[in-house]
Design a protein around this ligand. Structure first.
Ligand SMILES: NC(=O)c1ccc[n+]([C@@H]2O[C@H](COP(=O)([O-])OP(=O)(O)OC[C@H]3O[C@@H](n4cnc5c(N)ncnc54)[C@H](O)[C@@H]3O)[C@@H](O)[C@H]2O)c1
Length: 274
């Protein structure tokens, strides 16, 4: 039997991109996944894809920035599968602009989705996890090893012009990761982050004329990279190309496996060496 079989994972932002690929990868290894996204149609497609490969997936549509969703999501995992072994805090988007053009709303939105939402989800998880881990320790000497992987960015680890709010949110989630790794070691929960460089998703679509926009909660956000930027990036990335969503999912997956049971508080950079 696969060593991941029977585990239960919650993956946020799993309707597209890295989150979708992560959910599919976990399901392929026998993990039962609860997938969340803002966009119901995209989420349904992820669930259908997983079910068509005989995996187990259930969708929960909702915005991770809504304060009450954290408790609802954890309760949904527990009612559906009665356990939570892996949490991947992946939901996110970019809202770029020069420092002098950043609004308070933009600043708050980036902190909410990249730092506050993971904080609330993990706080809700702790309500269930702590007594369960304590009972396992009393009965078996050690709690089952549970995993948290928070998605960060090289913008958060090294800074990125025009991304002051996004980069700050992605740096904040590293503080959350390292702190919880210290606090939850006693419960045998590993807490790590993956900081991505350039991964090919709708956030990094290539354009040659006007930048495309994505719609997040009724607001339009410009995204993408001009082909001149891609060329410059190719020179700066030792592997000479952007990463695929499957490669990104692989980095998250590594930290979810039993091989990573003694790794916690780390930030794994997945950037082709940039
Ligand atoms: N693509 C990159 O190069 C890159 C680099 C560094 C970090 N990241 C991070 O990776 C994560 C995934 O991004 P992606 O590139 O796959 O983008 P994506 O747009 O392809 O997928 C992100 C998904 O998250 C969902 N989402 C966004 N806000 C949400 C919310 N409030 N509640 C629920 N769902 C929400 C979106 O609907 C979307 O389906 C993000 O946190 C992003 O910041 C991406």
């Amino acid at each position: 039997m696969n060593s991941m079989s029977g585990k239960v994972a919650l993956v946020t932002g799993a309707g597209r991109g890295v989150g979708r690929a992560t959910a599919i990868r976990l399901a392929r290894e026998g993990v039962r996944v609860i997938v969340n996204d803002l966009d119901g149609a995209e989420l349904e497609s992820t669930v259908n894809t997983i079910q068509s490969m005989d995996g187990m997936a259930t969708g929960f549509v909702g915005n991770v920035c809504e304060p009450e969703i954290a408790d609802e999501l954890i309760q949904f995992c527990l009612t559906t599968y009665n356990q939570v072994d892996i949490i991947v805090n992946n939901a996110g988007y970019i809202w770029n602009g020069a420092m002098h053009n950043h609004t308070d709303e933009q600043w708050q939105a980036m902190l909410e989705v990249h730092a506050t939402a993971p904080f609330r989800i993990l706080r809700a998880f702790s309500e269930w996890m702590r007594p369960v881990a304590k009972a396992e320790m009393a009965a078996e000497g050690r709690a089952s090893c549970r995993k948290v992987v928070n998605v960060s960015s090289v913008s958060g680890t090294t800074g990125s012009a025009t991304q002051i709010a996004y980069a700050t949110g992605k740096a904040a989630v590293i503080g959350l990761t390292k702190t919880l790794a210290k606090e939850w070691g006693r419960y045998n929960v590993t807490v790590n982050a993956v900081a991505f460089g350039h991964i090919e998703t709708r956030l990094t679509q290539v354009y040659d004329e006007l930048p495309p926009a994505i719609d997040v909660m009724g607001r339009k956000h410009k995204v993408g990279l001009a082909s001149s930027q891609i060329k410059a990036m190719e020179k700066a990335v030792p592997l000479g190309r952007p990463g695929t969503v499957d490669e990104a999912a692989g980095a998250i997956y590594l930290l979810c496996t039993p091989d990573a049971d003694y790794i916690t508080g780390e930030v794994l950079t997945c950037s082709g060496g940039a």
